[in-house]
Design a protein around this ligand. Structure first.
Ligand code: PMP
Length: 375
C-alpha cells in the first residue's frame, strides 16, 4: 500500500514545532565528568535523608507489587487532608509536582494561549507551556526577586496561566502574602494562578504566603506541593495540588491513571506523619543556610554575594575575578556538584543546596581558596 502515499510526505513522523522548540530539562549532576560520584548539592534534596517510617512503609509495599496502586490515592489524600486541614476531594496528585504543573498547563492552556513566568523561574514552566503549544511570556525580575507589577503588566487577552514559585527556584527569593494577594486581585478571574510551594516547608510560620487559603476560597488559584524536598522522598516522585473542585475535576481528566506506585503512596503517608524529621530538617536548613550566607558575605570584596533565600538552597553570584564557571569546576574537582545555570540566564551564578555541616564547610573552603587564587 505504500505506493498510495504521496511522495511529498515526510519520511518519518515529525515532532510538532512547539515540541522541538523545547530546551530539554537538565537534571542536577551526581557524578563528575569521569563518572566519579560526588556530593550532590545540585537538586535541593534533603541532606538528612528520608524519615525511617517512610523507608519501612516502602519496603513493606514490596509484598503487594502484582496489583495496580490505588488510582485515586485515597489514603494519601485523606492523610494530606487531615494534616493540612483541607478537603481530600480538592486534591490532585501526580508523578512529582512536575506532573501537576503539566496538568495545569495542559488543562487550561493550548495552542496560541499565553503562560506567564518570571525570567529566573523553574525550568519546567517553560517546558509545560511549550508542550501544549502555548507561548511562554517571560517577565523581568526585580534584582532576582519576583516582580508582581511586571507579571500584571504582562497579562493579555490570551493569558491563561501564571506560574509563580514561592520561594522561587533558582533564586530562593520569597514573595510576601500581601504581594501574592495583590497579584491575585489584579488577575482576570479566568486566569489560573499556580503558586508552586515546593519549598514552602522551609518558611517560618509567619512567612505563610496565604496561597493555600486563596486556593480554598478562590476559583482560580492552584497550590502545588511536593514530597521531594523536606520530606526526603525525591526518588518516589510524589507531588500534589489543591484548588477549587472545578479545577481539580478538569485536571483529573488528563492525569495518568496510576501516577505513582504503591511504595510511593505508603512512604508519603509515613513521611507526612514524621513531624520530628520535618522539624529537624527545617532547623538544619535554617542554621546552615544562615552560616553559609555569612561565610559568603566575608568574600564580598572578591565580588561574591548571595541572593536572599528562604529555601533550602542559595544562589551565589560571582561578580569579581572568580567566575561562577571556574568555581563550579573547582567544586566539582573537589567532589561537590552544585548547579551552574548558564542555560537559564545565570552564567554568573551557582545554586548551592544546603547540605550537611561538613559539606557546607568544605564548599566554603573551596570557594575561599579559589577566591585567593583568582585574586
Ligand atoms: N517546583 C519547583 C520550584 C522545584 O524546584 C521543583 C523541583 N526541582 C519542582 C517544582 C518539582 O519537584 P517534584 O517534581 O520533585 O515534585
Amino acid at each position: 500500500m505504500t505506493d498510495t502515499i504521496a511522495p511529498t510526505r515526510p519520511a518519518a513522523p515529525e515532532a510538532k514545532p512547539w515540541i522541538t522548540a523545547i530546551a530539554p530539562y537538565v537534571p542536577g549532576r551526581a557524578t563528575a565528568d569521569n563518572g566519579r560520584p560526588v556530593v550532590k548539592l545540585s537538586s535541593n534534596e534533603n541532606p538528612l535523608g528520608t524519615p525511617q517510617g517512610a523507608r519501612t512503609a516502602f519496603r513493606d509495599a514490596a509484598d503487594e507489587l502484582e496489583r495496580y496502586p490505588d488510582a485515586s490515592a485515597a489514603a494519601l489524600r485523606d492523610a494530606l487532608a487531615a494534616h493540612y486541614g483541607i478537603e481530600a476531594e480538592r486534591i490532585i496528585y501526580g508523578t512529582g509536582s512536575d506532573e501537576v504543573l503539566h496538568l495545569a498547563a495542559g488543562t487550561f492552556a493550548g495552542v496560541g494561549d499565553e503562560i506567564i513566568h518570571v525570567r529566573y523561574g523553574f525550568a519546567v514552566y517553560d517546558i509545560a507551556t511549550r508542550r501544549v503549544g502555548a507561548v511562554p511570556v517571560v517577565v523581568q525580575d526585580d534584582d532576582y526577586a519576583t516582580d508582581i507589577d511586571a507579571i500584571l503588566a504582562a497579562v493579555t487577552e490570551r493569558t491563561k496561566v501564571v506560574f509563580l514559585a514561592n520561594p522561587n527556584n533558582p533564586t530562593g527569593t520569597y514573595t510576601s502574602r500581601t504581594e501574592i494577594a495583590r497579584l491575585h486581585a489584579g488577575l482576570p478571574r479566568d486566569v489560573l494562578l499556580v503558586v508552586d510551594q515546593a519549598y514552602t516547608e522551609y518558611l517560618t510560620p509567619e512567612d505563610d504566603d496565604g496561597a493555600l487559603e486563596l486556593a480554598r476560597t478562590q476559583p482560580n488559584v492552584l497550590v502545588t506541593r511536593t514530597f521531594s524536598k523536606i520530606f526526603g522522598l525525591a526518588a518516589e516522585r510524589v507531588g500534589w495540588g489543591y484548588g477549587a473542585p472545578a479545577l481539580i475535576a478538569a485536571m483529573h481528566r488528563i492525569r495518568a491513571p496510576f501516577s505513582f506506585g504503591i511504595g510511593a503512596q505508603r512512604a508519603a503517608i509515613a513521611a507526612l506523619a514524621d513531624t520530628a524529621f520535618v522539624r529537624r530538617s527545617f532547623e538544619h536548613n535554617l542554621v546552615w543556610r544562615d552560616w553559609f550566607v555569612g561565610e559568603i558575605a566575608q568574600l564580598g570584596n572578591a565580588g561574591l554575594r548571595t541572593v536572599p533565600s528562604k529555601a533550602n538552597f542559595v544562589l551565589v553570584l560571582f561578580e569579581g575575578a572568580l567566575s561562577a564557571e571556574a568555581a563550579y569546576h573547582a567544586l566539582m574537582a573537589a567532589g561537590y556538584a552544585v548547579r551552574w545555570l548558564p542555560g537559564q540566564g545565570l552564567p554568573h551564578g551557582l545554586r548551592i543546596t544546603i547540605g550537611r555541616e561538613e559539606e557546607m564547610r568544605a564548599v566554603v573552603d573551596v570557594l575561599r581558596a579559589e577566591v585567593r587564587n583568582a585574586g
